[in-house]
Ligand binder design. Structure first.
Ligand SMILES: [Zn+2]
Ligand SMILES: [Zn+2]
Length: 132
């Protein structure tokens, strides 16, 4: 078994290579791709999040994303606004699973935080999470 981090970093290297190809080269490679994806057994390190912290953060958000301040993009089958909880200081980087470090975000903003983690956004979320 190999760690997911390894697969991801290899994928990143390949993505960089793919970006440098000309349209023709890319077309060539893409059309020769095997139709069935390869599969590997991987191990992922997971974190046990506190469900009460998560529920508290969602209730505090009251159906509104705490970054873009727009209403949740859809409701779950149970009729609850769909928001995802995010740890401002990532758990993988030693962040705490507390209400002061947890916010509720729409999927867009959640991706944004994991992709950019822009300082301005982080600061905004810290202020939001410090209010009860
Ligand atoms: Zn949002
Ligand atoms: Zn997150």
């Amino acid at each position: 078994m190999i760690p997911t981090e390894f697969l991801k970093s290899r994928e990143k290297i390949q993505e960089k290579k793919a970006k440098r190809l000309t349209q023709k080269e890319l077309m060539n490679r893409a059309s020769r791709a095997s139709h069935t994806p390869g599969s590997r057994m991987v191990v992922t390190k997971g974190y046990e999040r506190d469900v009460y912290v998560s529920e508290y953060a969602k209730r505090r958000a009251n159906g509104v994303c705490q970054l873009c301040e727009e209403p949740a993009p859809f409701h779950t089958k149970k009729g609850e606004p769909y928001l995802e909880t995010h740890h401002i200081e990532w758990l993988s980087k030693g962040g705490e699973d507390t209400i002061e470090n947890t916010v509720a975000l729409c999927p867009n903003c959640h991706r944004r935080m994991h992709s950019l983690n822009a300082k301005k956004d982080v600061e905004k979320l810290k202020v939001v999470a410090s209010k009860n």
